[in-house]
Design a protein around this ligand. Structure first.
Ligand SMILES: Cc1cc2nc3c(=O)[nH]c(=O)nc-3n(C[C@H](O)[C@H](O)[C@H](O)COP(=O)(O)OP(=O)(O)OC[C@H]3O[C@@H](n4cnc5c(N)ncnc54)[C@H](O)[C@@H]3O)c2cc1C
Length: 339
């Protein structure tokens, strides 16, 4: 990712995961100048393979994105390494600032920076995350089928996770940990499905030969487990949008914070679209890519509408100050230095 940044683009895409790359591909194929600025840390980086994705099931996440970058470049889009730190209104468009001091202008912004997973505060979880500390039955459930699975109770999602993983293994244990012990209908469901509840706070993990061997309770008891399921708090990586008045808000599900948008990714700030996990906390790779493609197409349509309006105005008043300015911009573009 050594390409040089130009001064200005039709669209700057912040974030080069599945959502950003698919959005950029739609834009590049529409002959839009587009750059993807990417910090290079997709959410599923610790996972061995991407699962549940038609025709690419099991492909390593890094390989999937490498292919995506090549596809964007094939149509003239750029993918450049960099971390976006700020975005500000600049006339009818935006100026985007990067951590290394570079800036770039854009007519539209597509934000696909994903989310950060905040793990429960139990020692050792981060080191095993995406390997045998898991969160999603559709991502890694098949891979741990019939194994001894634990679910760490941290909130309302944990009951749901216990029942979902019970579909994949007969041996599921719910660690009550710091959450109240399930009662009433929930307790009945767990008992009926053969999910044992283990009381007591979880203090850590037992690891043997670089594999999870068990879950250690505060009292010292170790419950043998091959995999531990946790629910993370998910927070949109979108702090750099504050200058535009766009801030992540609590998601209605209680699972974390997201940037709200309509069904095609349009936010409350004109000209700014979002796609993937930054707005849809539960989107898997396929859904993130599809949302990126939708947002990319919508941005192109928005630019087409603006250009049609401008063309009509120019046709009606061919020698206005605005049309002269537009012509100068189009002719000089990046090469005005010294004029
Ligand atoms: C452990 C784990 C395993 C998973 N396994 C699967 C699976 O098997 N199948 C599946 O479908 N889904 C899986 N998922 C979900 C999957 O990770 C998401 O669906 C997917 O990553 C969402 O894509 P995205 O483009 O929205 O975000 P991401 O893939 O997270 O991409 C966002 C990109 O933006 C970059 N970025 C962030 N901030 C900035 C910034 N300020 N400036 C520039 N760039 C920035 C990041 O570095 C990253 O490259 C898994 C998730 C986890 C945590």
């Amino acid at each position: 990712m050594t390409e040089r940044l130009r001064d200005a683009y039709d669209v700057v895409v912040a974030g080069g995961g599945a959502a950003g790359l698919n959005g950029a591909m739609m834009l590049a194929r529409s002959r839009r100048s587009v750059v993807v600025l990417d910090a290079g840390a997709p959410r599923n980086a610790p996972a061995q393979g991407v699962h549940g994705l038609l025709a690419r099931d099991g492909m390593p996440p890094a390989e999937l994105l490498e292919r995506g970058r090549a596809e964007v470049r094939r149509y003239g889009g750029q993918v450049v390494a960099g971390t976006v730190t700020e975005a500000a209104r600049d006339g009818g468009g935006f100026t985007v600032g990067l951590a290394d001091g570079r800036t770039v202008r854009a007519r539209r912004l597509l934000v696909t920076t994903g989310l950060a997973d905040e793990l429960p505060d139990v020692p050792g979880l981060r080191e095993r995350w995406g390997r045998d500390v898991l969160h999603c039955p559709y991502c890694h459930g098949w891979e741990v089928r019939d194994q001894a699975i634990g679910v760490l109770a941290t909130g309302p999602m944990s009951m749901h996770q216990a029942l979902l993983f019970r579909q994949l293994s007969d041996d599921v244990v719910l660690f009550a940990h710091t959450a109240p012990r399930p009662a009433g209908e929930q307790a009945e469901q767990l008992a009926a499905r053969g999910v044992r509840v283990v009381d007591g706070e979880v203090a850590g993990l037992e690891i043997a030969d670089d594999r999870l061997a068990g879950v250690r309770l505060a009292g010292g008891t170790v419950v043998a487990r091959d995999a531990l399921v946790v629910a993370t708090r998910m927070t949109a990586r979108a702090g750099f949008l504050a200058g535009l008045g766009l801030r992540p808000v609590e998601h209605p599900s209680g699972m974390g914070e997201h940037v709200p948008a309509d069904a095609v990714g349009r936010t409350d700030v004109p000209g700014v679209w979002v796609a993937g996990n930054v707005t849809d906390l539960s989107a898997q790779v396929g859904a993130a890519a599809a949302a990126g493609a939708m947002a990319g197409a919508q941005i192109n349509a928005d630019l087409v509408a603006e250009e049609a309006r401008d063309a009509v105005a120019a046709r009606r008043t061919p020698f206005s100050a605005e049309s002269e300015a537009r012509a100068a911009e189009a002719v000089m573009s990046d090469s005005r230095h010294g004029l």
